[in-house]
Design a protein around this ligand. Structure first.
Ligand code: HEC
Length: 106
């Protein structure tokens, strides 16, 4: 996201970010599997709600994948305004999972 923000700040070509966004989609498609039952202790910011409200966590993640696909479409369009707006939306979607499911830095 920092690398993509640099493209926005420099008014670069949004199309150069397509591969990075594709990587993010791949990462989030496999994200819930990184939180198997019983893995919530130790050095982690993962909150217990990931397991007590699994459906909510999976929904937040599915929303992320959907938003990243929209972000990718905006990037591929080459339209800087649409790309910038989609970046904001994407950041909000990250936060929509962090608020209920990620604890404070430790
Ligand atoms: C479905 C939920 C979910 C979504 C969506 C999500 N995250 Fe997270 N994120 C987490 C959880 C849970 C952790 C804590 C994991 C741990 O500590 O084991 C985390 C941790 C992180 C960390 C590491 C923080 C540290 O402790 O070093 C970063 C960076 C991060 N997320 C960035 C993002 C960005 C950027 C996005 C959006 C593109 C995003 N996340 C979307 C749930 C999510």
């Amino acid at each position: 996201m920092d690398g993509i923000k640099a493209v926005i700040d420099q008014r670069g070509d949004p199309r150069t970010t397509g591969a990075g966004i594709a990587d993010m989609i791949g990462f989030f498609e496999g994200f819930p599997a990184r939180f198997p039952a019983g893995s919530g202790s130790g050095d982690t910011r993962a909150l217990p709600a990931i397991w007590t409200d699994r459906a909510g966590f999976e929904t937040a993640n599915a929303n992320m994948v959907t938003q990243l696909r929209a972000f990718q479409a905006a990037a591929n369009s080459g339209d800087q305004a649409a790309f910038g707006a989609a970046f904001q939306q994407t950041g909000a979607t990250c936060g929509a999972c962090h608020r209920p499911y990620r604890g404070p830095a430790r």
